[in-house]
Design a binder for this molecule. Structure first.
Ligand SMILES: [Mg+2]
Length: 209
């Protein structure tokens, strides 16, 4: 599903669609354990806590020209643990915290499904459905984009699109980094993602992970 625009208003207009028009890179961000503290099936807005470096990292990535797009699996909805309305309340809290830090998201894409609770779908990460929608709707240059999260499922889509996957050590990331053993770039937090991008050689923005 595509959520209404972030609290800060619509994303800036982007030329997209027809061949030859400019598309912008995006950073596709996992939510739990990447932007905010990992809480098992978060349904309470009071439980939303920005991770260290999240706001600073997002500001830096925006200044570097990246659209900020959250892509999140929320199977707690399919499991009946919370509702879409709960998710929206959490989202509003997240956007308010980010706005207080001068950060506005360009898009939020959420999968409420789980294969064992209602059947398979194309949108649950590492499925590509939500990314494809975001790429089309926001005019994203996927091959120049970053796929960031604390689990392999957040960063594996980079391979399909030719972008760059970056694992953060927050959330489940530290354990995931040991398991993946060098398959992807690993940084501490979103500030580290911005630093990684700044240090890329010129023209290397589309290199696969
Ligand atoms: Mg996560």
């Amino acid at each position: 599903m595509r959520l209404p625009e972030a609290a800060g208003g619509r994303a800036a207009p982007v030329e997209a669609g027809a061949a030859g028009q400019r598309r912008r890179p995006a950073v596709f961000l996992d939510r739990d354990g990447t932007l905010i503290e990992e809480r098992h099936y978060l349904a309470d807005p009071d439980g939303v806590v920005l991770l260290p470096g999240a706001a600073a990292g997002l500001r830096a990535l925006r200044e570097l020209g990246y659209a900020l797009v959250v892509v999140t699996n929320q199977s707690g909805i399919a499991r009946g643990l919370f509702t879409e309305a709960d998710f929206h309340r959490v989202q509003l809290r997240l956007e308010a915290l980010l706005a207080a830090e001068g950060v506005r998201l360009d898009g939020v894409y959420m999968c409420p499904h789980h294969p064992e609770h209602g059947g398979p779908c194309e949108c649950r990460k590492p499925g590509l459905g939500l990314y494809r929608r975001a790429i089309a709707e926001l005019g994203v240059d996927a091959s120049a984009s970053l796929f960031v999260g604390d689990r392999a499922t957040d960063i594996e889509p980079a391979r399909a699109f030719g972008g760059r996957g970056v694992l953060v050590r927050s959330g489940y990331g530290a354990a995931e980094a040991r398991r993946l053993a060098g398959a992807f770039a690993v940084v501490d937090d979103l500030r580290g993602v911005a630093a990684l991008v700044r240090n890329l050689p010129a023209g290397d923005g589309a290199t696969s992970a």
